[in-house]
Unconditional design. Structure first.
Length: 279
């Protein structure tokens, strides 16, 4: 349902003709039973019996209509349980020409390179551990340049064949973006993208797109708070997964109503209230 609503959306709702996938992660808790604890253990910092089983989720939203296109659920801690690792399991969803919009957790070299290998572009916040110097690279404008990132050593989770298939370096574009937030001081963030053409994708357009990344936070809030998905009630892992995906189904049906109403009224669906629609 979510994918069909996205496909049927007017082309004017897309960003410069691209399907944009807004990716974000969060956590959910569930009933404190032995079965749930075995599959989704509580946080190790909590004493046994004082915490709930916890799972990490990654959700891929359509930026145009807000529906869930795909989601992954896994353990909160352990090898390959991070948000970017879960997102890699969802790569089959992606199509050539898509744009992935995400925060700094998805800005690693291999995350960008694997997406680019499939013809998918990225617009992500640069990780704070990477230095930025706009005096180097190919200058495209004020606080806008191209730089080359060299391929790091092969990570343990990647096979030698996958590693060899990736290029020795990756050309990326770095743009300084101002993100105003009502009631707070305006933040300056560095956005990294593989959309390199400054004529087609101006710095202003990239800034506007990245500011809309916050929509993923609002969509997750609608799922977890408005639809009460933050604490699942089922007592076995299998039923927990069923409950999780049924929340997504109900959410997408509500989003479909919002998209139909928005199309009829001639407005964008992200201007319609989710809670108001539910009520």
């Amino acid at each position: 349902t979510g994918r069909q609503v996205d496909e049927d959306a007017p082309r004017s709702w897309r960003w410069l003709g691209h399907r944009v996938l807004n990716v974000d992660g969060s956590t959910i808790t569930m009933a404190d039973t032995a079965a749930n604890q075995a599959e989704y253990p509580q946080q190790p910092t909590q004493k046994r019996g004082c915490g709930f089983p916890i799972a990490r989720i990654v959700v891929v939203f359509s930026l145009a209509v807000g529906t869930v296109l795909e989601a992954a659920l896994g353990k909160y801690q352990g090898k390959q349980t991070g948000e970017n690792s879960l997102f890699r399991t969802l790569h089959p969803l992606l199509q050539e020409g898509d744009v992935v919009l995400a925060d700094r957790y998805f800005s690693g070299w291999f995350d960008l390179a694997l997406l680019r290998q499939g013809g998918v572009h990225s617009v992500v916040r640069k990780h704070q551990l990477r230095a930025t110097d706009f005096r180097i690279g190919q200058r495209l404008g004020r606080h806008d340049h191209l730089v080359r990132w060299r391929k790091p050593q092969r990570p343990a989770w990647m096979s030698q064949e996958q590693y060899a298939a990736l290029p020795d370096s990756l050309t990326v574009r770095e743009v300084r973006v101002l993100v105003p937030q009502k009631g707070f001081r305006t933040k300056e963030v560095i956005v990294v993208t593989t959309l390199l053409d400054p004529q087609t994708y101006s710095a202003a357009e990239l800034a506007m797109l990245y500011r809309r990344r916050w929509q993923a936070e609002l969509d997750l809030r609608s799922l977890k708070i408005v639809m009460q998905m933050d604490q699942l009630r089922c007592k076995t892992p299998h039923r927990v997964r069923n409950e999780f995906y049924m929340h997504l189904v109900a959410y997408n049906l509500i989003r479909k109503v919002m998209a139909m109403a928005a199309a009829q009224a001639g407005v964008e669906p992200w201007t319609v209230s989710f809670k108001g629609t539910l009520q």
